[in-house]
Ligand binder design. Structure first.
Ligand SMILES: Nc1ncnc2c1ncn2[C@@H]1O[C@H](COP(=O)(O)OP(=O)(O)OP(=O)(O)O)[C@@H](O)[C@H]1O
Ligand SMILES: O=P(O)(O)OC[C@H]1O[C@H](OP(=O)(O)OP(=O)(O)O)[C@H](O)[C@@H]1O
Length: 216
């Protein structure tokens, strides 16, 4: 039997992803070791392999079949736009994709003006402004600390993730429009889904039965 390979997202989603796997009886002790330089972890008992990757790389590994299954944020799935199946909402890593800026810039969104939009998510921003709002904008790609852009005058607004809202509050910014809710999702390679349907379906069902209670 061939190994089924999982690509997991490093960073914020990693702890809850490993907690979920452990509820399925899959030990993640080795993977949790912050000092390890090992990249791939094998579970002989279940015939599974795991590796951690940067979020935007997870859909790439899954599309090419280098991983059969991935766990990744909905934002990354939308932005990468890969040929993969999204099969399960895991309910954790909840946040929102929003248009944000100073309250004083709200009017730029109401009068269809040509504005500058800074973001780490140019595809999501383009789809939102061009397809949904019919507003032509200049997109400026940044790689982090997006909230800086409207403060220093690089852009009128930003498109970014809002979780608690603290970053916005501490910088005198606010949510101007909500684009969509986000959370961690399970994605599957379309060929793997056909070839290993029984095993993959069983794993998805086991994950669904062991989701964290995120209502509280
Ligand atoms: N406050 C948040 N900020 C960013 N992402 C969040 C937040 N809350 C939940 N998430 C989810 O967690 C995923 C991974 O977040 P993480 O911070 O590890 O990635 P990142 O910020 O894109 O990475 P990096 O810090 O390497 O640039 C995101 O894609 C998103 O789906
Ligand atoms: O609503 P909050 O709870 O404040 O969370 C939202 C912030 O967290 C993320 O940034 P991150 O910490 O990943 O840093 P980055 O901007 O450098 O990507 C996101 O881009 C926001 O800046």
């Amino acid at each position: 039997m061939r190994y089924l390979t999982f690509a997991l997202t490093k960073g914020r989603l990693a702890v809850q992803t490993m907690e979920l796997l452990e509820r399925l009886g899959i030990s993640c002790e080795e993977m949790k070791d912050k000092h390890t330089r090992k990249l791939i972890f094998t579970n002989e008992q279940y015939g599974l392999r795991f590796f951690l990757a940067k979020g935007p790389d997870v859909p790439t590994y899954v599309e090419y079949g280098a991983a059969d299954i991935g766990i990744v944020g909905k934002d990354t799935i939308m932005e990468e736009n890969r040929n993969i199946y999204e099969v399960l909402d895991l309910g954790f890593g909840r946040c929102r994709m929003c248009v944000c800026g100073p309250e004083a810039n709200r009017h730029y969104l109401q009068h269809n003006q040509l504005i500058r939009v800074a973001t780490k998510y140019p595809r999501i921003a383009r789809d939102y402004f061009y397809e949904k709002k019919n507003q032509t904008v200049e997109l400026i790609k940044l790689n982090g600390s997006i909230e800086l852009a409207p403060i220093v005058g690089l852009s009128e607004v930003i498109v970014d993730i809002v979780e608690t809202g603290s970053t916005l509050r501490e910088n005198g910014l606010t949510v101007l429009e909500e684009i969509c809710p986000l959370s961690a999702r399970v994605v599957v390679n379309p060929v793997s889904m056909k070839m290993d349907n029984a095993r993959i379906t069983q794993l998805i069902q086991a994950m669904r039965a062991n989701l964290p209670d995120v209502r509280s």
